[in-house]
Design a protein around this ligand. Structure first.
Ligand SMILES: [Zn+2]
Length: 244
């Protein structure tokens, strides 16, 4: 009996402790801390995981026909991407990531680190595990996250109107069912098909050239008259009907 009471007391304590932790979490402002918080100002010459986290968020601002390396090293390309990000959101554009830049990112990102207008579930209508593709599940999911930040940049550049994702990650089985090519980037997590919603396919394809997609296929390319495919890992741009 005594043992049983001791057990009950321990259980009750656990519940109380758990409750205390939960209310602390609830009381914390719902922004940065939910995903990732930067603790220092970042600028050219710096290195670290915090730089890499920043590079993911500004990967949609590499400049025309470029892809920003996510190497954790704040070089000239990262500085230029941060500057373009700052310009895009009307911040003072000095290429240094400080409070103003981080606050804008906090405002844009959800607690799971996805940007405000795209989600993991939207990027994976194949399965919930991200497994069965050409890379590990964690790599596929990480690649999809980078594509989402690029799409957020694309969406913002096109006037913040909705952009519809019709297909994202595919396992090999899902890719076969969709009739995708054997080397489809959808199996890597970074390939995304965009449908027409607020913009024409050509408007999307043309704008995508500025946002970190080395692979763009659209109208005029075989089987791409009804969507625009964007990805990395291949350096093919082809949308002949759009002049690309
Ligand atoms: Zn595609």
């Amino acid at each position: 009996m005594l043992r049983r009471i001791a057990g009950l007391v321990a259980a009750a304590l656990l519940v109380i402790t758990g409750t205390a932790v939960m209310s602390t979490a609830t009381a914390t402002p719902a922004h940065a801390d939910g995903c990732y918080t930067w603790t220092r100002t970042l600028k050219e010459g710096m290195k670290g995981e915090d730089v890499r986290q920043l590079q993911i968020r500004v990967s949609g601002y590499p400049g025309y026909r470029s892809v920003l390396a996510l190497d954790g090293s704040y070089g000239a390309h990262t500085k230029a991407a941060v500057t373009r990000f700052q310009q895009a959101y009307g911040l003072s554009a000095d290429g240094v990531a400080g409070t103003q830049t981080f606050n804008k990112i906090y405002q844009l990102q959800d607690n799971d680190c996805t940007p405000a207008h795209f989600s993991y579930s939207e990027l994976n209508k194949c399965n919930s595990t991200w497994s069965g593709g050409a890379v590990s599940a964690s790599t596929a999911r990480a690649n999809a996250l980078v594509s989402m930040w690029k799409l957020e940049a694309l969406r913002h550049a096109l006037g913040d109107k909705p952009v519809r994702v019709t297909s994202g990650f595919r396992s090999k089985a899902c890719n076969d069912r969709a009739g995708g090519s054997a080397s489809s980037r959808h199996m890597y997590g970074d390939g995304v098909d965009l449908g027409s919603l607020s913009h024409s396919f050509c408007t999307i394809a043309k704008q995508a050239r500025y946002h970190g997609f080395s692979n763009i296929l659209g109208p005029g390319y075989p089987n791409h008259n009804d969507h625009v495919h964007v990805a990395v890992g291949s350096t093919t741009w082809s949308a002949p009907n759009c002049g690309i």
